[in-house]
Design a protein around this ligand. Structure first.
Ligand code: 8YV
Length: 312
């Protein structure tokens, strides 16, 4: 009999889904309208879970799965998984570490370029047919912010932070960073105090794990970033106090923000929709065919190894 696996969030690669179906009985929880009834029916037989980094799995749900052996996160973040509870019960938790680093860093730089150079605003300007009608070409569009040479502050110098630094360095950007401690193998300037990092940066790029860093980007940090500073977030929405961010943007206390992640996804504060100083993405940093395929393969391997008793 094939092991039963509860899938909490979709995988968009048909070949990976076919492989999962071949190896396991996949219970597609995310498709169910009556989730409690579905759990009642299948919960007792579930040995594995597939979830997304943002979705994670709560203690309450794990408690409904008495035979659970492994949670395979199709992502790198474990902030939405109750790790302490999983550890107590001996449930393994795997991630797709390493698979998405380059894509997330690519998007961070893409967002930096987009918000500073006004790419989305300019795109809307051309698409809406306004260009030929301006008195002077480009008149309604403000001049943009140069990216090359900007002082970049990276929050979280893990895999993604380092990949962002490599890319920013190619743009001639001086780079500083903060983390729990300085990294002996990183040449960039370490600044322990987040407010000081914000003060010394033209753009703050968030690449930190959110497990112990909820709302670290607050009104004070945003004020320190200042009216010429930009905030880029490709990590987790909850790193930012979103109320403070909305207030800072509305008051022009920072120059702009480019966000791939939000506190309450997929609900994005409507106040951001009409703001031309903001670029928005629906949590897509790892969403390339190549990376999602690699991530899917790692999820399959993790379930296979765990459910056949192999070491992860
Ligand atoms: C994914 C993520 O979008 O890696 C993470 O933690 O949040 C994202 O890369 C998500 O996990 C896809 O399911």
């Amino acid at each position: 009999m094939k092991p039963e696996v509860l899938q909490l969030s979709p995988i968009l690669i048909p070949e990976i889904n076919a492989r999962l179906d071949e190896l396991f009985t996949i219970r597609r929880y995310f498709e169910q309208t009556d989730k409690p009834a579905y759990l009642q029916e299948h919960g007792a037989n579930i040995r594995g879970v597939i979830t997304g980094g943002h979705t994670g799995i709560s203690q309450a749900l794990m408690a409904r799965l008495p035979k659970l052996e492994v949670v395979a996160v199709n992502g790198v973040g474990t902030d939405a998984v109750d790790l302490a509870y999983a550890r107590d019960r001996g449930i393994r938790v795997s991630t797709t570490v390493g698979a998405l680093t380059e894509d997330v860093a690519d998007l961070a730089i893409g967002l930096l370029l987009a918000v500073c150079r006004g790419l989305c605003t300019s795109d809307r300007y051309v698409r809406s047919g306004q260009w030929p009608h301006s008195a002077t070409p480009l008149a309604p569009l403000p001049l943009a912010r140069q990216v090359s040479g900007m002082r970049i502050g990276i929050v979280g110098m893990g895999r993604v932070g380092r990949a962002v630094a490599t890319r920013a360095a190619a743009f001639g950007c001086p780079i500083s960073y903060t983390d729990l401690q300085p990294m002996s193998d990183v040449n960039h300037t370490f600044i322990a105090d987040l407010k000081q990092l914000a003060r010394d940066s033209d753009a703050l790029i968030l690449a930190a794990a959110a497990d112990k860093a909820e709302a670290i980007i607050n009104a004070e940090v945003l004020q320190a970033l200042g009216k010429d500073g930009y905030l880029i977030n490709v990590a987790r929405g909850k790193l930012v106090n979103e109320v403070d961010l909305l207030a800072a943007l509305a008051a022009g206390e920072i120059a702009g923000a480019a966000l791939d992640v939000f506190v309450d996804e997929p609900n994005v504060p409507e106040a951001l929709f009409g703001n031309e100083h903001v670029v928005l993405q629906p949590h897509r940093a790892s969403a390339t065919l190549q990376t999602r395929t690699r991530m899917g393969e790692m999820v399959v391997a993790s379930l296979l190894d765990s459910l056949s008793g192999k070491a992860l």
